[in-house]
Design a protein around this ligand. Structure first.
Ligand SMILES: OC[C@H]1O[C@@H](O[C@H]2[C@H](O)[C@@H](O)[C@H](O[C@H]3[C@H](O)[C@@H](O)[C@H](O)O[C@@H]3CO)O[C@@H]2CO)[C@H](O)[C@@H](O)[C@@H]1O
Length: 740
């Protein structure tokens, strides 16, 4: 392992902001001048839960052709609709580490939103970031790492907004657990706030995300949606955010403080989990303006921000009428799936991580017989959508529960997909599709190979499933999964374990079973679950997924668990792999780990750096032209714009040294000079080699900087930066340095 901490980096081409914002902003200003105060307040206030077709709706302003804005979840597809695609969850997209796939998934979600006349898709998610392994909503986001999360945020937003739908980056900020999420204070120190929790939102702002949703929790003692500090100072001033801030549903706690603190839209608008009739804005905001507590200029700013995004995305020109009906699904329409099952299958497949594969147990080679065991192999007998917001764990797991879900149009379960393949191969199947251990053992006894399906679920805290109030109660598989694997493995047949999970599971008891020869981490694959799995199990596609979080040997190895009434974030910068690396804790499977059916060689590391302040580029392995010191560029979306300058390019040649075609995610990690505070981050480049190809990583000034609390600025320290290119956070194949 290199150095105490590793700061990683990525690939090219980060920002293609829309250039129409200035014009849109002018149009918004003109439109605004013709509106009454009541009309403006209607644009910033939701009409109430279930009072419109979408989960969030605002009042129209017909005089300027402005509609009732429709805001709808969510991060893996359209909630409360029929005829939509149930895409793989964010965490599955993250485990592909594939920029293009992540963008295509976002675009497909955007197309479905547009097709239903949804103006704002409430996605993607970067909070929770995933510092708490048990955190109920971690699976809605992409990775327990700000760098990978940030890249995925940018690509998803680009995809959604490329088809004219407003994206919403959520939940801003510090919403890391479900327990007491509406009362807890996330007490986050300045450096951690910048380097971990704000980092992916910077990418979102740089991508010109239309809206940001403030979270339920308090930040350093003040409700996020009422906080001048997080909304005005950090988001709108420091990060140069041009869009609007909307509240999570009922996350607003005041009329005046929230208005003056930077909130621009309140949702859902009335009496949601509150006494009937309670509402902070609407008439109360009008009154606060009239009595001088909120300047009308502030309300004008809210409306201008909202209208500017509507104009910038051309939603004033021929945008489809809203046809979704969240409260009567059969009355909504039309079917908007198109061919999106293809991208859903590809993301599900490329997000599968192969964790163990003794003696090439996989891919399967037309086995004469195969036992399929476990309730996770079949669809819930009551149907895949039997439980509202997927609030149960019955049958195969393909998404978590809560507002970040969609109805399955269908769910291809593992047993159906494997049965089709087995029929074609002439394989005899023995099935036991409950978690009954004796039945599982007897199925295994009847076959040459056993395959056991287990899972672990979590979700949003307004639903409790089998004692799990959103957050998980432990990191074990559900429904006695460990015992089922043990009973099957004891039969003595080669045993393959397939796991569907929202996040890490402690695997030690499974790994202790001698006959467990392979472990396939199938994640949260969405509607194409079984098809994607068969693609990998049979080697039609070589697995290329890499873990977007660390799998520990013991839960106590993780930095924090859900408990205190307030969270002091005392783990500091050391979340997920940063903690394992810094404190020399051996993980079971490290961040970035994932096996393949082939092998890869890495060679020819080349590092060329250039001045961050416009100097000429030159190849150099030692002293660079990169200027040390604080960022000084003008501010724009994302903050100081010189932070996005490319200051170095790192290349390496990756060769497929095995016998079958395959893809490798080459990963680059940077360690900052020891003289500077340590700053770990991670990222990657997805490389699909034929035989040999060059992986190219473009490093931005931002990627070599740490947040200097005293200076209140990003700073590039002097000294040697360690460069590591390899196959995971702990598998360095090539190393080098950049000296600043
Ligand atoms: O959907 C918009 C945002 O909503 C937040 O979650 C809320 C969720 O949408 C809503 O369905 C749920 O309502 C439940 C309510 O809280 C509960 O008291 C009642 O018994 O059942 C309702 C469900 O039928 O409330 C959620 C908030 O508590 C999300 O945080 C946000 O990400 C969504 O975008």
């Amino acid at each position: 392992m290199l150095g105490a901490l590793l700061l990683p980096l990525l690939a090219a081409g980060l920002t293609e902001a829309r250039d129409s914002w200035e014009r849109a902003n002018e149009r918004a200003g003109r439109a605004l001048s013709g509106l009454s105060l009541e009309q403006k307040v209607g644009i910033v206030t939701g009409v109430g839960w279930t009072k419109g077709p979408c989960v969030g709706n605002t009042s129209p302003a017909p005089s300027i052709g402005y509609p009732s804005l429709c805001l709808q979840d969510g991060p893996l597809g359209i909630r409360f609709a029929k005829g939509v695609t149930a895409f793989p969850a964010g965490i599955q997209a993250g485990s592909t580490w594939d920029i293009n796939l992540i963008r295509e998934r976002g675009k497909a979600m955007g197309e479905e939103a547009r097709g239903l006349g949804i103006h704002v898709l409430l996605a993607p998610v970067a909070g929770p970031l995933g510092k708490i392994a048990r955190g109920g909503r971690n699976w809605e986001g992409f990775a327990a790492d700000p760098y990978l999360s940030g890249i995925a945020m940018k690509e998803t937003i680009d995809g959604i907004q490329s088809v004219g739908v407003q994206a919403c980056a959520k939940h801003w900020i510090g919403n890391e657990q479900e327990l007491r999420r509406e009362t807890i204070s996330s007490d986050i120190k300045d450096r951690e706030l910048h380097e971990l929790y704000m980092w992916p939102f910077v990418d979102a702002v740089k991508a010109d995300v239309a809206s940001v949703m403030c979270s339920y929790n308090k930040v350093n003692g003040t409700w996020a949606c009422d906080s001048d500090y997080v909304n005005n100072k950090l988001l709108k001033t420091e990060l140069g955010y041009r869009g609007y801030v909307l509240s999570d549903w009922n996350a607003q706690h005041s009329t005046v403080q929230s208005a003056n603190g930077g909130l621009d839209m309140t949702m859902p608008g009335t009496d949601f989990n509150q006494p009937p009739g309670s509402i902070y804005w609407g008439p109360n905001l009008t009154a606060a303006v009239r009595n001088g507590e909120v300047p009308e200029a502030r309300v004008n700013d809210m409306v201008r921000r909202i209208l500017a995004q509507w104009y910038a995305l051309d939603q004033d020109r021929g945008y489809p009428a809203t046809t979704i009906n969240s409260w009567n699904l059969t009355a909504g329409g039309p079917d908007v799936q198109g061919d999106h099952k293809n991208i859903a299958r590809t993301v599900a497949r490329d997000g599968i991580v192969l964790l163990k594969n003794d003696n090439n147990a996989l891919p399967l080679k037309k086995p004469s017989s195969l036992a399929i065991i476990g309730e996770d192999a079949i669809v819930n007998p009551a149907g895949p959508n039997a439980c509202p917001d997927r609030g149960c764990n019955t049958g195969t797991l393909a998404m978590g529960w809560g507002s970040g879900t969609a109805d399955f149009p269908y769910l291809v379960d593992p047993v159906s997909a494997i049965s089709r393949r087995a029929a074609a191969d002439g394989t005899t199947l023995a099935t036991s599709t409950t978690n009954d251990q004796a039945a599982g053992a007897s199925a295994a006894a009847a076959a040459s190979t056993a395959m056991v399906f287990i899972n672990a679920d979590s979700g949003e805290g307004y639903i409790t499933v089998e004692g799990n109030a959103g957050d998980r109660i432990n990191l074990d598989p559900w429904h006695s999964g460990n015992e089922l694997v043990a009973a099957v493995a004891a039969v003595g047949k080669p045993t393959i374990v397939v796991i569907h999970s929202v996040g890490p599971i402690i695997l030690e008891r499974i790994l202790a079973q001698q006959n467990v020869v392979a472990i396939v981490w199938a994640g949260l694959p969405g509607q194409e679950s079984g098809n994607a799995l068969v693609d990998v199990l049979y080697g039609d596609v070589n697995p290329s997924g890499k873990l977007p979080y660390t799998i520990a040997k013991s839960e106590s190895d993780y930095p924090t668990i859900v408990d205190a009434p307030n969270d002091p974030f005392s783990e500091g910068l050391y979340i997920d792999y940063r903690r394992f690396d810094a404190f020399n804790i051996a993980p079971r499977y490290e961040f970035g780990f994932g096996m393949s059916y082939t092998t890869f060689g890495f060679k020819d590391l080349d590092i060329s750096s250039r001045s961050a302040r416009g100097g000429n580029g030159y190849g150099n392995r030692n002293s660079s032209g990169i200027a040390a010191g604080p960022a000084t560029g003008r501010r724009g979306p994302g903050g100081r714009q010189d932070l996005f300058d490319i200051v170095a390019t790192v290349t390496a040649t990756v060769t497929n040294t095995g016998r079958v075609r395959g893809a490798e995610v080459a990963q680059l990690y940077i360690s900052l000079p020891s003289s500077a505070p340590e700053t770990p981050r991670a990222s990657s480049l997805n490389l699909r080699p034929g035989q040999s190809r060059k992986a190219t990583f473009e490093l931005r000034r931002r990627d070599l900087s740490f947040w200097d609390v005293a200076l209140q600025e990003w700073v590039v320290p002097r000294g040697n930066f360690g460069i590591q290119v390899g196959a995971s956070s702990r598998d360095a194949k090539l190393t080098g340095t950049i000296t600043v």
